[in-house]
Design a protein around this ligand. Structure first.
Ligand SMILES: [Zn+2]
Length: 250
């Protein structure tokens, strides 16, 4: 499989100023495209990468926040050719749907809409995944474990504060994508910090970890430097994502 990071911005300020792009992730599994967390600008970043939105088969929205969902409507419109083609499977939280993240007139144009729930298995063509427990965030939000065609597991830790159960929820993941917003933890901010990440990784020991979704404190600390230091301290391979980065995983 291949992953394309359409954007690596996290937190309000980095997104608002577009210090990093905010288009989420694209997974290519056996030629099928899954778009994850289409933040602001996703349609533009797709075009810049010469990817036709009509090719998107699945969309996953981990939670309602705008940096994960702002372009959902235009992507749904584009992939269904303005409603002329019924296409696309959407996986979304009940809260996001109830709050109107997806405009009602677009709903029937999609092939299927599935609600994300705790500890549930989902399958769409080559895409297979299961959700974790509810994450600790100020929105209904789930982590995801993808089962790759090779049998390996790829975990996606979406926005969350650290909590002990996280370790068990992502146990057995060979690869990990982690939304690492904060360099240092801040009281009341429900995001992972570098210390949280290290605590998790020293337990999980994934083959490869990719950190992304950076807030200002991470950008100031230079994500590539943070990843290098984490790699050395933990004896693990930690990579920092950049916009338009492509990674192949077996
Ligand atoms: Zn969030």
């Amino acid at each position: 499989m291949e992953i394309l990071f359409l954007g690596t911005a996290g937190a309000r300020y980095v997104v608002a100023k577009q210090f990093r792009a905010s288009g989420g992730l694209l997974f290519f599994v056996n030629g099928e495209i899954t778009l994850i967390d289409p933040g602001p600008g996703t349609l533009v970043y797709l075009s810049k990468n010469r990817i036709n939105p009509e090719r998107i088969k699945n969309i996953i929205v981990t939670h309602k926040h705008l940096d994960h969902s702002a372009d959902l409507n235009i992507i749904c419109d584009a992939l269904t050719e303005g409603g002329f083609k019924r296409r696309g499977k959407l996986f979304i939280t009940e809260e996001a749907l109830k709050e109107g993240i997806l405009l009602p007139y677009l709903r029937d144009n999609l092939e299927e809409i599935h609600l994300l729930k705790e500890h549930e298995n989902y399958c769409s063509g080559a895409l297979q995944f299961k959700t974790t427990c509810k994450l600790v965030h100020n929105a209904e939000n789930y982590g995801v474990q993808f089962l790759l065609p090779s049998g390996k597991r790829l975990g996606l830790i979406s926005d969350t504060a650290y909590f002990e159960e996280l370790k068990r929820e992502f146990e057995g993941c060979d690869y990990l994508i982690m939304n690492l917003v904060r360099f240092e933890a801040k009281e009341g901010v429900l995001h992972l910090s570098v210390e949280d990440a290290k605590r998790l990784l020293s337990y999980l020991k994934p083959e490869i970890t990719i950190i992304t979704h950076f807030g200002m404190t991470m950008l100031r600390s230079k994500p590539s430097l943070v990843a290098k230091t984490m790699s050395e301290e933990l004896g693990l391979k930690v990579i920092s994502a950049f916009d338009n980065m492509r990674v192949s995983l077996m």
